[in-house]
Design a binder for this molecule. Structure first.
Ligand SMILES: Cc1cc2nc3c(=O)[nH]c(=O)nc-3n(C[C@H](O)[C@H](O)[C@H](O)COP(=O)(O)OP(=O)(O)OC[C@H]3O[C@@H](n4cnc5c(N)ncnc54)[C@H](O)[C@@H]3O)c2cc1C
Length: 323
């Protein structure tokens, strides 16, 4: 005997992902949803090919901006510069260059900043950076250097009118003694000229809401953009989270257990979890999202599509600042 299912109200009880996909699909073309992608500079020809393959797949989604990280202690100075400059010349992206204080004097950093301006770059993600001996080593400011991110922000703004983004830590930076220190530090960065903050990655929407409340209570009114990690290697993710003071829900470990040799399943899980988190944030009004892509396009494409970004048809519009 056939079971006759009752007719369903199509608008009733749809899940957060469906709600995000349907409402943001209307909002994205009007500029209500903004997604940015983070890349790292490639070390080899093979990695360079992978980065540019990811760029080709993500470019038609028209991100708000993209950013390229800066290796510990300035180890990728040339590679970050080359990747960002190539993006200015060859893509429609508005690339932001990450820059850190560690291992360089003020004069050296100022020169890098001026080179970026000359290359047509107008956005810098200004960070203190981790100690050269490793993320868990004790930080010591470089002699004649910028000591902390707020000093770097002020230095950059004194050179040219860059758009400056900074980092923010919804579960406290590991070196901050308490929330007052954390929020005071963010305030100093804003007072120095930062116009938005991207958060350290996190896995629970509550972590973001609590942080946003603290930021608003302190009268900080720049956009706080949630950073979403697309790392399908769970062991690596767990290690990095521990070092960064990020809590990973216990059930994540169970979800990934036994999938060490199944890259595709881990990528599907990673994208699904990020999509769920994104959809919950979207449900409560978040409209800006930063995806840590690790230079892989597929997971970032899936999350972006759920947020309503659509592949743009037609030719390329020249980059605003390219010569
Ligand atoms: C979005 C994002 C992107 C990142 N990209 C990179 C990258 O490309 N390359 C890289 O190397 N790292 C990167 N990082 C990591 C970052 O460099 C580290 O988290 C670093 O430890 C802190 O950087 P910050 O700019 O947040 O530091 P800051 O804002 O300077 O703060 C660091 C710590 O110092 C404390 N502090 C601030 N001022 C003082 C003071 N005057 N005296 C004593 N303590 C003080 C703060 O409370 C805080 O605990 C990134 C982080 C984020 C969130």
């Amino acid at each position: 005997m056939n079971t006759i299912l009752p007719k369903r109200d199509p608008n009733a009880a749809i899940g957060a992902i469906a709600r995000a996909a349907t409402s943001s699909a209307k909002a994205a073309p009007t500029g209500d949803i903004r997604v940015s992608y983070e890349f790292f500079p490639p070390k080899s020809d093979k990695m360079e090919a992978r980065l540019w393959d990811a760029i080709k797949k993500l470019e038609p989604l028209n991100p708000d901006f993209v950013s390229v990280t800066y290796g510990a202690g300035g180890s990728t100075r040339e590679r970050t510069h080359n990747a960002v400059s190539r993006m200015v010349k060859e893509t429609t992206f508005e690339p932001a260059a990450h820059l850190t204080c560690v291992g360089s004097s003020r004069d050296e950093i100022d020169e890098i900043v001026m080179d970026y301006w000359d290359a047509g770059v107008r956005h810098i993600v200004a960070l203190r950076g981790d100690p050269q001996d490793g993320i868990d080593a004790k930080y010591k400011p470089t002699e004649n250097g910028y000591a902390y991110s707020c000093d770097l922000v002020a230095g950059i703004k004194s050179i040219a009118d860059f758009d400056v983004t900074v980092g923010a830590y919804p579960e406290l930076h590991p070196e901050s003694g308490d929330w007052r220190e954390e929020i005071d530090n963010l305030k100093r960065k804003v007072d120095a000229g930062a116009t938005r903050a991207i958060t350290q990655f996190f896995f629970s929407p509550d972590v973001f809401w609590r942080f946003q409340d603290r930021v608003l209570d302190a009268g900080i009114d720049i956009p706080i953009i949630p950073g979403l990690m697309l790392q399908p290697n769970f062991k690596g993710l767990a290690r990095m989270s521990k070092l960064c003071g990020v809590s990973v829900p216990e059930w994540y470990a169970e979800l990934f257990e036994g999938l060490e040799n199944d890259t595709q399943a881990r990528e599907l899980l990673t994208a699904s979890l990020a999509a769920e988190l994104t959809a919950e944030l979207h449900d409560r009004g978040v409209r800006d999202f930063h995806l840590y892509t690790l230079n892989r396009a597929e997971m970032a494409v899936a999350v972006s599509r759920i947020l309503g970004l659509h592949h743009r048809k037609g030719g390329r519009t020249p980059n605003r600042h390219s010569a």
